[in-house]
Design a protein around this ligand. Structure first.
Ligand code: DQQ
Length: 498
């Protein structure tokens, strides 16, 4: 146990924790070890998420032929505990001369009265149409429906910029579906349909319509991809991923609208970005047997095509996150507690007083696969800036900082790498703390992935590619008014692969 305020104490006294060895394994330095990704090649959106017969199934957009987007198949993995995943055979592949000959795009799982069913987007040339496949009980073998596409044309009289990705649910005896779309000249939308049997669909109306001219990040985009609509507490949440052809980025953020769904109309009451990190996209959710609303998102790469081609893989799934409706009516987000099973060697410090301008390196702790949990005293954090430095080189030339300053949580990757060819974003989210509320940060480092969670209500994920092998240090710091880390835990995280 460590106490006091002198930086050198961290190097001279053994911190509490297990005696397990701390080690940094060799191999591809940027390939994550405990986040899910396929054995090789390209991955993007999570698809068809379901907790089926006690096992979690994760399907995903996958190009089995290279580490670049294209040839979209549905990859498949299964887990008993949300932590360790087994790869299963590809679930869906394009069928030549069929409605999905050019790709099996994103979609969802539907329990069709006991029959496992997938609703996905079949792509043929410029046409994107909803298709169906039914599975065996293990969800391994899938048969495409002879009536595909089950919606053969877009609604008459509507000029659409896109028509793909699906969320399906049942009300009474009737199935409902929203399809991601965009209205030419207007903005993104999700179109609501209903069906008695998942095969014949009647178009109703847009569930919500955006405005591509808006400058705020929530409503914009020429199209909304990957819509999801689900109940949360006594509210509903609509999630869309903002696609903007002609914008600064084609893919923007995943937005959520929290509101009321009644009489097949959705009225938003609050809105926000699910993850401001700028690399989190196309999230999808499912409710598990424990009643939790789980969400995964695709974390895309932050390095150029040449580096990706050399690595042979691209795309990582975020850690599974639990969404909740908080007492104050806002959206809560937290990593699933099951991740604690990956914790290994552990160090703890209590009550570290931080002087303004001070950076305390955590001696004896180093790594690129860590969980760090830091709690800072209430009130004091508002006086200045406190935070953590991770992936820090001994000379401090490379480091990634997580800091809290006056109502803002910042993930600062500006100096995450000396390689100027990789993304080095600085992203921030509003985080207003009550006067008596400590700042509680949880940081998951997994090689090129950093995921930060704060106080059960903010999540920021980003990608980092430090150029130096020795950029493994962890430090805690304060600026401005100083601060106090009341508790600081660091665990080495195990790999989920051999
Ligand atoms: N990715 C899929 C589409 C979806 C987009 C294709 C979002 O279905 O609209 O890979 O990343």
């Amino acid at each position: 146990m460590v106490d006091g305020a002198v930086p050198s104490r961290l190097g001279t006294e053994a911190p509490a924790g297990s005696d397990e060895a701390w080690s940094v394994p060799a191999g591809d330095r940027h390939r994550p070890r405990y986040h899910f990704l396929p054995p090789s090649n390209w991955m993007n959106d999570p698809n068809g998420l379901v907790h089926w017969k006690g096992r979690y199934h994760l399907f995903y957009q996958h190009n089995p032929f290279g580490p670049h987007w294209g040839n979209m198949h549905w990859g498949h993995a299964v887990s008993d505990d949300l932590v360790r995943w087994d790869d299963l055979p590809i679930a869906l592949a394009p069928t030549p001369d069929s409605p999905d000959q050019d790709g099996c795009f994103s979609g969802c799982f539907v329990d069709r009265d006991g029959v496992p069913t997938i609703v996905y987007t079949g792509v043929r040339g410029r046409e994107q149409r909803p298709c169906l496949a039914t599975g065996d009980d293990d969800l391994v073998t899938w048969t495409k429906h002879p009536r595909n596409p089950v919606i053969p044309a877009t609604p008459p009289g509507m000029a659409l910029t896109g028509f793909r990705d699906h969320a399906v649910w049942k009300e009474g005896d009737t199935w409902y579906q929203i399809v991601g779309a965009g209205i030419e000249g207007v903005g993104g939308t999700a179109l609501l349909y209903r069906s008695p049997d998942l095969l014949s669909w009647e178009y109703l109306h847009p569930i919500l319509v955006g405005d591509k001219g808006r400058t705020d990040p929530f409503w914009t985009g020429t199209m909304w991809e990957c819509p999801d609509l689900f109940p949360l507490g006594d509210k509903h949440v609509l999630i869309v991923s903002i696609w903007d052809k002609g914008g600064r980025h084609t893919l923007n953020y995943a937005t959520y609208f929290l509101g009321t769904y009644r009489d097949h109309r959705f009225t938003p009451e609050r809105e926000g970005i699910l993850d401001v990190g700028g690399h989190f996209y196309a999230p999808q959710t499912t409710q598990d047997a424990h009643g939790r609303r789980l969400m995964w998102g695709w974390l895309w790469e932050g390095r150029d095509r040449e580096a990706v081609a050399a690595a042979g893989w691209a795309g990582v799934m975020s850690l599974p996150r639990v969404l909740s409706l908080r007492g104050d009516g806002t959206l809560g987000v937290a990593p699933v507690p099951e991740l604690a099973r990956l914790r290994g060697a552990h160090r703890r410090w209590d009550n570290l007083a931080l002087r303004p301008g001070e950076m305390l390196p955590l001696d004896g702790v180093a790594g690129d696969c860590l969980e760090i949990r830091a709690e800072f005293a209430p009130g004091e954090v508002d006086a200045g800036t406190v935070g953590l430095a991770v992936r820090r080189s001994p000379d401090g030339a490379e480091e990634t900082r997580v800091r809290y300053e006056r109502g803002r949580l910042v993930l600062d990757c500006a100096r995450s790498s000396l390689d100027v060819g990789v993304d080095r974003d600085v992203e921030e989210a509003a985080l207003m703390l009550r006067a008596d509320e400590p700042l509680v940060l949880t940081v998951f480092l997994d090689r090129s992935v950093v995921e930060v969670f704060a106080n059960g209500r903010v999540a920021i994920a980003d990608r980092v590619y430090p150029s130096r092998t020795e950029s493994l240090g962890v430090g805690v710091f304060a600026a401005g008014g100083g601060g106090r880390a009341t508790a600081l835990d660091v665990w080495q995280m195990a790999s989920i692969r051999p």
